[in-house]
Ligand binder design. Structure first.
Ligand code: NDP
Length: 448
């Protein structure tokens, strides 16, 4: 509960100003709640209006994206870019193409990105963007025309030293390729303006795997340091079957765990003998098919149409890797009853506040998204460095740096939780550790 009068006042102002932005308010509340002890010890934050400025994006643009479908009909979607905070570096954050995208979703993701990027230790500010366009079921030609139209407007606001978008839900290698091509065409300038690019035109080895691999490097370190255990032999359940989920599963298996369930928005599959990841990759990365089809190909696997039932499957480690608020209090209770050891967020804000509270109060190790899934943006930062140097690093070099960054993030968050008197609460630790650098930069840079 918010008891600090300054944070309470700023939160109430934020509520008044963003009445319908449910996800954004949820993200702000969580950060404010964690920061109370720190804010109490630092009166200069109030004197300089740091929190008031932190919750108001530097700018948020909204624009029309008109494109022509395969039937020759004009379609119109809405595009967004939220440039939230550039105190420690150029704006950086993904683009999401999904029908559920609203200004609230973009703002919550942009706000979270500020702290996540700070935690990576790299000079990256926070931003996010996207559209309510749904790439699912569209032809490559339709996706290309949409991406070209989207970039025709977006290119005015971004640049390699200004704002560097990347992928997110619905934006993978194909979409980044079309977006990059259009930017280059419009500006006549070949520059690292996007990350997640193809290897032939400035992409980094290891970026595709980075968020999922990074999540498992974080979990591995957390288990070792907080429980004296490893991933070997652990049973893992993962929601989603997109970029983050697939490479989380891959690294979990490499580290000796058994992944028994994955999902998509239409349901989940349970394969007690361990998921066949090649089959998932074929379905999701090649055929863009529904996860249900896994059961037609792999004997012994079962399908359930209620995707949240995936959390009822007994497991040691649960990795929500699909979308926001997908793991609620009932799911948390089911996990606790089945003796879950750790929950680590691959998606952004996938656990509701009630779920987080339950997991923490029952002694479950909990790795919050802004720390645990920071591997993606960290490797995007490494892609930016390679682009600036006009050099490409090996997979091993990128992966080694990624692992180092994730281990560091764990220790920074853990140490900060200890310094706040909340040892082991990584929600508090990650928020405080991410905030300190950003607020110090804001204090140094003056008021604007
Ligand atoms: P993808 O588009 O590759 O995959 C998303 C997965 O989540 C799909 O399986 C999708 O199922 C499922 N999903 C999407 N929306 C919903 C929904 N409303 N309900 C249930 N399931 C849903 O996205 P990513 O893997 O890239 O991203 C997943 C999460 O990770 C997001 O929260 C994203 O912000 C976060 N993230 C991603 C990073 C990255 O590097 N890609 C970096 C850091 C965070 P379906 O196919 O049926 O839609």
């Amino acid at each position: 509960m918010l008891t600090n009068p300054y944070l309470k006042r700023v939160y109430e102002q934020t509520e008044t100003r963003n009445k319908t932005d449910r996800e954004f308010l949820q993200a702000v509340y969580e950060v404010f709640d964690s920061l109370q002890p720190y804010v109490e010890r630092h009166p200069e934050l109030e004197e300089n209006g740091i929190m008031e400025r932190l919750v108001e994006p530097d700018r948020m643009v909204s624009f029309r994206v008109a494109w022509i479908d395969d039937q020759g009909k004009v379609q119109v979607n809405r595009g967004y870019r939220c440039q939230f905070n550039s105190a420690i570096g150029p704006y950086k954050g993904g683009l999401r193409f999904h029908p559920t995208v609203t200004p609230s979703v973009i703002k919550f993701l942009g706000f979270e990105q500020i702290f996540k990027n700070s935690l990576t230790g790299l000079p990256l500010g926070g931003g996010k963007g996207g559209s309510d366009f749904d790439p699912k079921g569209k032809s490559d030609g339709e996706v290309m025309r949409f991406c070209q139209s989207f970039m025709t407007e977006l290119h005015r606001y971004i640049g390699a030293d200004v704002d560097v978008p990347a992928g997110d839900i619905g934006v993978g290698g194909r979409e980044i390729g079309y977006l990059f091509g259009q930017y280059k065409f419009l500006k006549n300038n070949f520059t690292g303006v996007l990350t997640g690019k193809g290897l032939a035109f400035g992409g980094s080895l290891g970026r595709t795997e980075a968020t999922g691999y990074g999540l498992l490097y974080f979990v591995d370190e957390m288990l070792r340091c907080m429980k004296g255990e490893t991933l070997a032999g652990k049973v893992v359940v993962i929601s989603g079957s997109g970029n983050v989920a697939i490479y989380a599963a891959q690294k979990a298996m490499q580290l000796g765990a058994k992944v028994v369930a994955m999902s998509d928005s239409q349901g989940y599959i349970y394969d007690p003998k361990g998921i066949d990841l090649a089959a998932i990759k074929q379905l999701k990365e090649v055929e863009r098919a529904r996860i249900r089809a896994y059961c037609d190909r792999v004997p012994g696997a079962q399908f359930g149409s209620n995707r949240s039932d995936v959390w009822k499957i007994p497991c040691d480690i649960a990795l929500p890797c699909a979308t926001q608020n997908e793991l609620d209090a009932d799911s948390a209770k089911a996990l606790i009853e089945n003796g879950v050891l750790a929950v680590a967020e691959g998606a952004n804000m996938p656990s509701t506040p009630e779920a987080v509270e339950l997991l923490l109060s029952h002694g479950v190790l909990f790795a919050p998204a802004k720390a645990a899934n920071a591997g993606g943006v960290a490797t995007s930062g490494l892609e930016m460095s390679q682009n600036s140097q006009r050099l490409g690093w090996t997979f091993e070099e990128v992966d080694r740096k990624l692992k180092g960054i994730m281990v560091n993030i764990f220790h920074n968050a853990y140490d900060a939780s200890k310094a706040c008197g909340r040892e082991g609460n990584l929600v508090v630790g990650a928020n405080v550790a991410g905030f300190i650098k950003v607020s110090n930069a804001m204090l140094a840079e003056g008021i604007f």
